[in-house]
Design a binder for this molecule. Sequence first.
Ligand SMILES: [Zn+2]
Length: 165
Amino acid sequence: MGLDPLGLELESYSVPEVTEELRQQTGPSYRLTVSSSSGKLKIQSPTETSLKEVSERAKSLGDKIALSKADISVLALALDLQNEGKNPVIVSDDYAVQNVAEEAGISYQPLATLGIRQKFSWTFYCPACFRRYAEGEIQVCQVCGTKLKRKPLRKQDARKRHVKD
Ligand SMILES: [Zn+2]
């Protein structure tokens, strides 16, 4: 979906099935090739045990129908990494994937929350009168003199920019 592993500061993993799914698309496939050849992204197959466990959990949740082979592999690989003592976070906007991850106690994050290459844009606001200010403009509210606070722009904003990018 356009996630660029080169922009992430964490170890990234994917499964061979995802490589297959991306083969037909030039952009994501190219990024995957560059990322994996630069060692930023490890392509790894999950164990049979984890594949079986994910399939079972998905079946009991009724989500199996919505999961592709790649989805199941991603979930199973996350389970393997968790068993190795790592703390994996699945990046997926897929509700069925999130649902199974939740049930299996695996962390997940929708792609939109990562923004573009994990860069956040900030908006500054006055905590007293809620007036908004652009980044870097001023430090205190021009109306009431309260020290401004900052917060990340809303997810939807990040996604809109992402699509244009
Ligand atoms: Zn104010």
